[in-house]
Design a protein. Structure first.
Lengths: 177, 280
């Protein structure tokens, strides 16, 4: 917010021809302190009807992002309305569990049978794609193993240093990291 | 880092268990073997509409998984955390892209279990990204015998591609999977630049999170032309303060180099941020 306000609350505003929005030169121009009422009103009326993203310092791509978000929202609303209308048109499974049972075994053909098959196939597909859970005991064993290897390597490194320092006559207690 | 890994595995196991249980029950309900309930109805509707069911988003943590980790020293603390936590990892993806994303996360962790720490971490894959970052700082603090309060991250964008990196850095870690929004990464200038028309996001090259003494990091920041760029988990860019003291969406602030013609204010107005994952 402070970054945006910097454009409007600045000493530069007093300069003649100051551009409030630098990304769109000339569109939001300050008419100048010497301009009369009519000239100022005309300048304000000349501002673009729809503000460009640059007014808030955003890139023109922001329009595309907003359009995408709007489309996504619209599609979600359509899906919700569609689901709601289906729920009103036909009793839900909770209201009439028998309906789904009958249609699923295929004893009585009805309008929802194909859709239900699709639902079931979708659930089965997701279930089949889910992998097994992680074997925590095995993972822990491997983690502990890698830590032990690291500790052994570190100890070997320390021993090596101690031996090397011992040959040079430097006391190991002062040089051990 | 092993503790981070085990905790992440427990979280994913809980999510997988919830998903399998709900789908199996739904399948049985469709066959008429069990009664439908509102939760299952919601799962069925969401699957039909291509949404991620609320039941999966709001995983009720089951601590039975923790009982199978016999010698985890943080078991009690983590069990308490699990009881407090309500949601699975934040994501705005639709079901069609959420499932492959989940599978990719599981592959990443399975690879970690099978082959040890990866040279480049996929930062988007973590349930609790902040714990991974704290783990990295802790590793550095222990190995250099420093207090963790005195160190923080210095950031460096790496020239090498993630696929070509085969060993971890000397200190800290390499991370991939971040997306720049509101600007793009210019590989020739090696700095942030204005995005191309209709370019809404841009992948950031591999980032090296290099722990250093906070004083050194501050000195580096003051002497360089960088933007403090927030990293979020999703494009929602807002979260809640959780009991751990972390945001549910904000991860950390990264310093990225800018070209000389731009100021930090310019990019703040542009709404520049790094995202761990996209919406699609």
């Amino acid at each position: 917010m402070l970054s945006i306000l910097d454009n409007y609350y600045s000493d530069d505003v007093l300069d003649h021809g100051y551009d409030f929005v630098r990304d769109i030169p000339g569109a939001y121009k300050y008419p100048g302190a010497s301009a009369g009422v009519a000239e100022t009103v005309a300048a304000v009326r000349a501002f673009p009807v729809n503000d460009a993203p640059g007014v808030f310092g955003l890139h023109a791509n922001a329009n595309t992002a907003v359009a995408l978000a709007d489309t996504s929202n619209l599609l979600n609303v359509m899906l919700t309305v569609d689901s709601a209308s289906q729920a009103v048109a036909t009793p839900t499974v909770l209201e009439n569990p028998q309906r789904r049972r009958t249609s699923s075994v295929g004893d009585a053909p009805n309008m929802g049978a194909g859709e239900e098959e699709g639902d079931r196939a979708r659930v089965e597909e997701i279930l089949s794609r889910l992998p097994d859970e992680f074997d925590l005991k095995e993972a822990e064993k491997r983690c502990v193993g890698s830590v032990m290897v690291w500790c052994v390597m570190r100890q070997l490194k320390l021993d090596g240093w101690t031996r090397a320092l011992g040959t040079t006559g430097i006391p190991s207690s002062t040089s051990t990291p | 880092m092993n503790t981070v890994l085990l905790q992440e595995l427990i979280r994913y196991n809980n999510l997988l268990a919830t998903m399998k249980e709900s789908l199996s029950t739904l399948l049985a309900a469709m066959k008429g073997l069990v009664l439908m309930n509102p939760d299952l109805e919601e799962v069925a509707t969401s699957l039909a509409n291509g949404w991620v069911p609320q039941l999966w988003r709001k995983v009720r943590w089951v601590c039975k998984a923790i009982a199978s980790v016999p010698s985890d020293p943080h078991r009690l603390c983590f069990a308490m955390w699990c009881r407090g936590a309500q949601a699975s990892y934040p994501s705005l993806k639709s079901l069609g892209s959420w499932i492959p994303d989940l599978l990719a996360r599981i592959i990443f962790f399975q690879d970690w279990v099978d082959h040890g720490c990866p040279p480049v971490f996929w930062i988007s894959g973590f349930f609790f990204t902040q714990s991974f970052l704290t783990g990295t700082l802790q590793d550095y603090a222990r190995s250099h015998k420093l207090s963790i309060d005195t160190i923080s991250f210095s950031f460096e964008v790496v020239h090498t591609l993630a696929e070509d990196i085969d060993s971890p850095p000397s200190d800290g870690c390499y991370v991939r999977g971040l997306f720049l929004v509101g600007c793009r990464w210019d590989s020739s200038l090696w700095a942030l630049e204005e995005p191309h028309p209709c370019q809404l996001w841009c992948p950031l090259p591999v980032l090296w999170l290099h722990p250093k003494l906070t004083q050194e990091v501050e000195k580096e920041t003051n002497s360089s032309h960088v933007l403090t760029c927030p990293v979020y988990k999703t494009s929602e860019r807002r979260g809640q303060l959780s009991t751990t003291g972390h945001s549910t969406n904000f991860v950390l602030a990264v310093k990225l180099p800018m070209s000389a013609q731009h100021t930090e204010t310019h990019w703040v107005r542009r709404g520049v941020a790094l995202l761990c994952q996209l919406d699609s």
